[in-house]
Design a protein around this ligand. Sequence first.
Ligand code: NAP
Ligand code: MG
Length: 492
Amino acid sequence: MAIYRNFINGEWVESISSKTADNINPANTDDVLGTIKQATRDEARSAVEAASEAFRSWRSTPAPQRGRIVARFARLLEEDKENLSQILTREEGKTVAESRGELQRSINVADFCAGESRRMTGETIPSELPLNFAYTIKQPLGVVACVTPWNFPVAIPVWKIAPALTAGNTVVFKPASLTPATAIRIVELFEEAGIPRGVLNLILGSGSEAGDEIINHPAVRAVSFTGSNSVGVRLYEECSRRGAKVQCEMGGKNPVVILEDADLDLAVESTAQGAFGSTGQRCTATSRAIVVNEIADEFVSRIAERAKNLRIGDGADTQTEVGPVVDSNQFKSVLHYINVGREDGAELVCGGDLPRGAGLNKGYFVQPTVFDKVKPDMRIGREEIFGPVLSVLRVKDFDEAMQVANDSEYGLSSSIFSNDAARIFRFVDEIETGMTHINSPTTGGEAHIPFGGIKSTGIGEREQGSTALDFYTELKVVYVDYTGRKREGNLY
Ligand code: NAP
Ligand code: MG
């Protein structure tokens, strides 16, 4: 069986650690992909040191040349798309169709970043003094840590690593412990694309040890983190104390608002897609359906019908629509929330149990579940479940829908189903989320469009799109005085 290795200073090295963890296929726990040896603090430190050493020469490599390596990576990723999709499904559980979608998104992101390498422009700004002007330049930060979750183990690392490298930073990549195989393949493809020694390093280890060592290393000038709020907020506190830049993308409790004039077929189909796609394990998953009373009975019976008919199974089977949840912890957590929903008095409409059937007894499968009559103060109406569970909250009208939708600590994504332009634009204006969708699911995004949330969901700049490189660069302002004389008066 494969023993996964770290990538430090251009070499694949096996950890000396005796702490190990198996990488298990969540659709069939007998299927073990490999074993991770949890990197030690020393190993994590040596990765940061290698990145620190490599920074000077990478920084002075012209941006378009850095971009050429990222472009080569994009082509290699494209060639490897099918292979890596299969690894992703086997490691994380999502369906192959979903894995292929994630791979395409990653290819698009890498292509986008390669293009940005020729657009690292600044501004020229006229001065209020004669024969003076100013300009700005974007400069890299130094060593950047990319700390990523298991739910998009290819796309999220790529949307952090590609812009970080394009901007001229060197990287220490700490993926989630649950998804080492996809992380390794990403780094192998960068290696094949010609990334110089030390510029990209991979540490496979636990967050609390290797991760902690990396993010607290004084040479790490920035940390880009995606994951849970509990980890993200602590990480932000620790890093900001030493003045390191931090970007955190964290939890969500994404609402869809469905008004009485909505196209109900479309609303049901899109809500099912948003709630149960990727087994509900997307940060942008639809977890609250806020439905006006007049159409609530109809909506609930249709979404329940749709949920019951979804084909659950191994994501590697092309017939499967809903794969397993990622591991035993997530499995226990989702089942726990289903119990909490029952105990708090929400009405279980469908699901709520383990699916029965051939091939379903060896994986972490949960039935797509719908709760009706969820109250805004119930835990299943407030807390992120990160599984195939939808809470329906009934409201009397648009105003109450807005109030309920915004009554959340989170603010990642949202959507509305209606054909009334006035209420749609009021929703767009008032909804407290970083992204919103009109007549389409809360999920999904594009490589060249900024991504991220507000409130407790997001700290720091948006990722991807026009803002992708902002986090990974500092702006330097240069004042130019070509009078050749002592400055007259002061600039205020
Ligand atoms: P997590 O437990 O917070 O882990 C995220 C990463 O942080 C992992 O690599 C983890 O390593 C590492 N980590 C844990 N403790 C650490 C520490 N003390 N110091 C440094 N690193 C540490 O999150 P997850 O369970 O993998 O992912 C699910 C969460 O991600 C959900 O809350 C979801 O909403 C969120 N998410 C948000 C977005 C978004 O864009 N807003 C996108 C996707 C996912 P280990 O794996 O070794 O613990
Ligand atoms: Mg696994």
